[in-house]
Design a protein around this ligand. Sequence first.
Ligand code: ARG
Length: 395
Amino acid sequence: MAKAVLAFSGGLDTSVVVKYLQSEHNLDVVTVTVDVGQCDDYDDINAKSKSLGAVSHHNIDARLEFVEEYIHPAIQANALYQDRYCLATALARPLIARKVIEVANLEGAQVLAHGCSGKGNDQVRFDLAFMSGSNLPILAPIRDKNLDREAEIAYAEERGVHIENVAKKFSIDQNLWGRAIEGGVLEDAYIEPPDDAFIWTRRRHLPTEPIYTTISFDGGIPVAVDDTQMKPVELIDHLNRVAGDAGVGIVDHIEDRTVGLKSREVYETPAATCIIEAHMDLEKMTHTIHQNRLKRMMDDEWARLTYLGLWDEPLRRDIDAFIQRSQHVVTGTVRLRMQGGAVRVVGRKSEYSLYDAASATYGAGSTFDQRRAAGFVELWGAQSAEANKLQRYMK
Ligand code: ARG
């Protein structure tokens, strides 16, 4: 029998897909679960795959690769889609797709499959990553059959497939970089997310005293927290706990999806929120006014391409090269203060700092001779002033 390799989370969508591929397409199903820090019980997922009748299951720990190859470039790009979303899901998809292709090659499979719907961004990300890395045909039964969540739940229940209660309430995707919560009551964009939507971020009994923490960067990559060097995965894990405990990292916004729909998206991203805030601040200190201006545009385009599923687009790599070139000076330490669920930068220092307190001071003894400014201002504004005089009353 021909084999399909399926990106498998053990959740509702992908469990239904296993059954569909077997019964409607007559395929043997190989499931692949990629550990990108979602903290699921991988033995449970393995057991679930077996119980669904998959012929084999692969569990791949890709956490370090996820951080080094995807999250670190995102930090260096200050990547926030529409100024809010840290791209947790968007970054993981191309990596998961790559692992699925590796397993397909290993297993000599004929089909690649995913459990995404036709309404979301993830179908685009999976399809495009599959297309870039393989010539195998792609099956996406949830999309192909136009299934909605009620139909999926009914289909699963008919076949005795166990569904978690939380899966009935929300659609969740989580990894080391963030947790996305969609669907259910959240679809009313005016309703505040209920408490049970969140698990990483404290909302009640927040500490009354502010919590201070420092993040140190080396070449734009976070390497230490509170002066303790940490390994890449551990550092993000640690900040998710510290900042989450301080109630930091909830995002609630309206997002423009790739397929043209708007969606109401809720996220918990404690570590990402703190790290990007700190990284942006350190760049302002170490980059020139010109670098700061252009990099914002490049960052925005990097986030846009990644969100839209164009991770493998050459332009994304070109922009990456631009960003990489700018990062060697983004070395230093940023101090953050967390209180009442908000985070704020309250200090920064860098050996590459372009901030010169001695010349910027308004106090006595400044090294900046104000008199030199007058000539600059005169030349700087001369053309504009002239235009106003000559053209003001003309149509
Ligand atoms: N809107 C986000 C994105 O497109 C998150 C999607 C999360 N998926 C989910 N099934 N909840 O990247």
